[in-house]
Design a protein around this ligand. Structure first.
Ligand SMILES: Cc1ncc(COP(=O)(O)O)c(C=O)c1O
Length: 424
């Protein structure tokens, strides 16, 4: 499959001229970028007509596949009523009620447009509630690109994640290893009275697909409760994906606040911050500002409602578990057969692949530091050339639109890519 014929070549040049770096988000710079014509179900086509089986799913949101027909129809119908009114509307109320119904621990929420901004709201609410300044967070967890939260973890060292970021922007954050109860106990013992919030991905999905160790989330919950710290789960990837109620449901944990995005609205742009009613009290009066012109618009909330129509009977999750497990089995079979040291780790609906000669699953971010990410990135490029659209950084997403036939086709394409591996 050749992604560099004339139509794409020309468009890529136009993209480079008109868009900084040819993209609208820096995360897309990481992937050798093809120019997309359209996508449907589990497949995507570039502008040269090449077809790809898609396991990137727009970085996760398309959990029901691309353009799921019933969702599309409902969103189109809803937008005929107008999109944004600067007032509360009936779909917004129903969407809030139905999201809360699948998050039994949460009492209220606010909608927004991106998870980056909802994380900001969560930290502001936590600082207000506690009168404290610091936020405890974890190496390898991503919570958006804003100044006070974007980091680069370099060995055990934390640096600002971007040029132009204020050098002291990270001052009120303390960063430790995740999934390490002793490190958490030590940090809380040392800084507890200054910590407003602990913010984490309750399953580490941005790096490595690492599930929380047994008892870890409860340990964090218990210490947060003891020390009056607000526990924030960033369920941007895990929410509505690893279970209807996200990682909190799957791993039996209870945060005080949680951020949702991606799969919640089946690919339409919508995010939410849900949590305890008392924490929202000053938001409710307006004393604590959370705002946004596009928050809770008709399209976003209609998409949430239509997505929940599909997800609520939970058969979607059984399907994705079955298809994702078959995919992992198929890929593992090919890798074993060819003796390729790629390890797969995670859940059927979101897993990571990495070059790794070790035999143990990775449980800590520090272990990921020894992984040859560039080597996997080159392999991802070969997968793309063989018609499998995947992330350079190793994560694979599976959607409700993928079928067992798609898995068979993917395994064939994967086998062809592995056979061509050469010195990738
Ligand atoms: C865990 C997590 N939090 C926050 C974000 C930021 O979300 P957004 O891109 O919607 O601002 C992301 C994006 O990938 C994420 O994975």
């Amino acid at each position: 499959m050749n992604a560099s014929t004339t139509i794409q070549q020309d468009q890529r040049e136009r993209a480079m001229r008109a868009l900084a770096g040819g993209v609208s988000s820096n995360t897309r710079l990481l992937n050798p970028h093809l120019i997309v014509e359209r996508a449907s179900g589990a497949r995507l086509w570039d502008t040269d007509g090449n077809e790809y089986l898609d396991y990137l799913l727009g970085q996760g949101p398309n959990f029901l596949g691309y353009a799921p027909p019933r969702v599309v129809e409902k969103v189109i119908a809803a937008q005929r009523d107008g999109i944004i009114y600067a007032a509360t509307h009936h779909r917004e109320i129903e969407a809030a009620e139905r999201v809360l119904a699948v998050l039994p621990w949460a009492e209220q929420l606010r909608f927004g447009s991106s998870s980056s901004e909802m994380i900001q709201a969560a930290m502001r609410i936590a600082r207000n509630a506690t009168g404290r300044r610091n936020v405890l967070r974890f190496h390898g967890h991503y919570h958006g690109w804003f100044d006070n939260i974007q980091i680069r973890s370099n060995g055990g060292r934390v640096e600002t994640g971007s040029l132009g970021q204020l050098p002291d922007a990270l001052d009120p954050t303390i960063t430790i290893e995740w999934n390490d109860p002793a490190a958490f106990t030590a940090a809380v013992s040392e800084h507890g009275d200054t910590i407003a919030a602990v913010v984490m991905e309750p399953m580490m999905l941005n790096a490595g697909s690492i599930a929380p160790a047994d008892g870890y989330l409860q340990h964090v919950r218990d210490l947060c409760t003891q020390r009056g710290i607000v526990l924030i789960f960033d369920e941007t990837i895990s929410g509505f994906r690893v279970a209807l109620g996200g990682a909190a449901e799957r791993f039996g944990a209870t945060p005080d606040l949680a951020v949702y995005g991606k799969a919640m609205a089946a690919g339409w742009p919508c995010a939410a911050l849900a949590g305890r009613r008392d924490l929202f009290a000053d938001v409710a009066t307006g004393a604590l500002t959370h705002a946004g012109t596009f928050n809770g618009n008709t399209i976003a909330t209609a998409a949430v409602l239509a997505s929940l129509d599909e997800l609520e009977d939970r058969s979607v999750y059984r399907h994705v578990e079955e298809v994702g497990a078959a995919l992992i089995d198929g890929l593992t079979g090919v890798l074993d057969h060819h003796g390729i040291p790629i390890k797969i780790q995670g859940l059927p609906m979101a897993f990571h692949a990495r070059f790794d000669t070790g035999n143990e699953p990775i449980t800590r971010y520090a272990q990921l530091q020894t992984i040859d990410q560039d080597r996997y990135g080159r392999f991802a490029g070969q997968l793309i050339d063989h018609g499998i659209w995947v992330a350079y950084r190793g994560i694979w997403y599976v959607s409700a639109a993928h079928t067992l036939d798609d898995v068979d086709e993917t395994v064939k394409r994967f086998e062809a890519a592995v056979s061509d591996l050469g010195d990738a």
